[in-house]
Design a binder for this molecule. Structure first.
Ligand code: NAP
Length: 343
């Protein structure tokens, strides 16, 4: 039988950025890929590719929770794909799968590296969102490190994003008063409207840390749990507002990713606040909870099906726009989960 050959388009991570990512940090490569498969392998056609802040963390020279992303290879990342050809008994052409196949339109891999999706049970893109890595981060980060109790005041930074909007909803379900912090009046209206939060603070509306802190203090009355997705000036404003035995969940510091990881900026020293309030601060990482994905699916999937928990999506159309989409995270151009749809 003659092989069918496809053109695989790949975004190659070519040069390390120092600030904003631009076209010269990636190169678009086209290579042929055919459907001749080893036993157990499948050929995939990518449908949705994930764009995540950790990609920018991996573009620093310093070791973080990861080694730096190697130059000259396909940008790594999560993908929802359809099977085009299969020599595995577990997968058939047309099946939907989640994999870590990176920014490319096609890939060959062993079926054991993929998680089969059921489109009838949940939208396939939820595997990159509420029932995937961001959902896992939000759920286990809040429940394990935040330890919410009814009546607690939970402040969430980056609240209109993928992780933040889920943390805010999980916090409401746990009986917390939830104040979200996000950039701009539209996102704040979305937080109090669609998400039903108890308050929202537009961090971009305040010229100083003191003024921002005064508004967070006014709306929150003090903080039992601070779920931090952004770090920097926002956290400088929130951390002095913690109450006795507060929990600070350090999830992300996106304000520092465009260069600040290699050369961290100086900031107020916060440890005394932890001492005075006998508070805890805990870093959390999604991959530490991979083995508990079944728990996430068991608990959260029914809420997704009933519409009680949702994750809005910002979908960018077109594979060629991937590097541009990565920058959108730093411009706050997304609400909820940012995805690229492969045309
Ligand atoms: N620890 C883990 O395992 C883990 C896993 C997933 C994500 N994270 C972290 O969680 C955070 C959110 O990730 P996500 O995937 O859910 O992304 P996201 O929140 O959907 O998108 C990023 C958002 O960050 C905000 N932002 C960008 N620059 C900022 C700045 N200088 N100051 C304040 N806010 C800024 C923007 O919203 P505004 O319009 O509100 O500015 C933007 O929409 C990131 O820090 C990420 O690294 C950690």
């Amino acid at each position: 039988m003659t092989a069918t050959t496809y053109t695989n388009r790949q975004w190659i991570y070519a040069r390390q950025p120092t600030g904003r990512v631009g076209a010269d940090h990636y190169t678009l490569r086209e290579t042929p890929i055919d459907d001749r498969l080893a036993e157990g392998e499948v050929l995939l056609g990518a449908r949705y590719l994930s764009v995540d802040p950790y990609m920018r963390v991996q573009q620093h020279t310093r070791r973080t929770y990861d080694a730096p992303h190697p130059l000259g290879i396909v940008q790594q990342g999560g993908a929802v794909s359809q099977v085009l050809a299969s020599s595995s008994a577990a997968l058939r052409p047309g099946d939907w799968v989640l994999g870590y196949n990176g920014w490319q339109t096609h890939d060959k891999c062993h079926a054991s590296q993929l998680h089969k999706l059921d489109p009838a049970a949940a939208p396939v893109t939820s595997a990159l969102g509420v029932l995937g890595m961001p959902g896992r981060t939000a759920w286990f980060g809040l429940m394990e490190a935040g330890r919410p109790r009814p009546g607690d005041t939970l402040v969430v930074s980056g609240a209109a994003g993928a992780v933040g909007s889920l943390v805010a909803q999980f916090g409401k379900r746990a009986g917390c008063r939830v104040i979200g912090i996000a950039g701009g009046p539209a996102k704040c209206a979305w937080l109090t409207g669609r998400l039903g939060l108890d308050g929202a603070v537009d961090y971009k509306a305040f010229a100083s840390t003191e003024a921002l802190a005064a508004e967070v203090a006014r709306q929150s009355g003090g903080v039992d749990i601070y779920f931090d997705n952004v770090g920097g000036a926002v956290s400088d404003a929130v951390i002095p507002l913690i109450k006795l035995r507060a929990r600070i969940v350090v999830c992300g510091t996106i304000s520092q990713y465009e260069g600040g990881i290699d050369a961290p900026e100086l900031a107020p020293r916060v440890l005394q606040h932890l001492l005075f309030q006998r508070a805890t601060a805990q870093g959390i990482l999604a991959r530490d909870f991979v083995h508990r994905m079944d728990e996430l699916r068991t608990v959260v999937a029914p809420w997704v099906r009933s519409g009680e928990v949702f994750l809005d999506e910002t979908v960018v159309e077109g594979f060629e726009r991937l590097p541009h989409a990565l920058n959108m995270l730093f411009e706050g151009a997304n609400t909820g989960k940012l995805l690229v749809k492969v045309a």
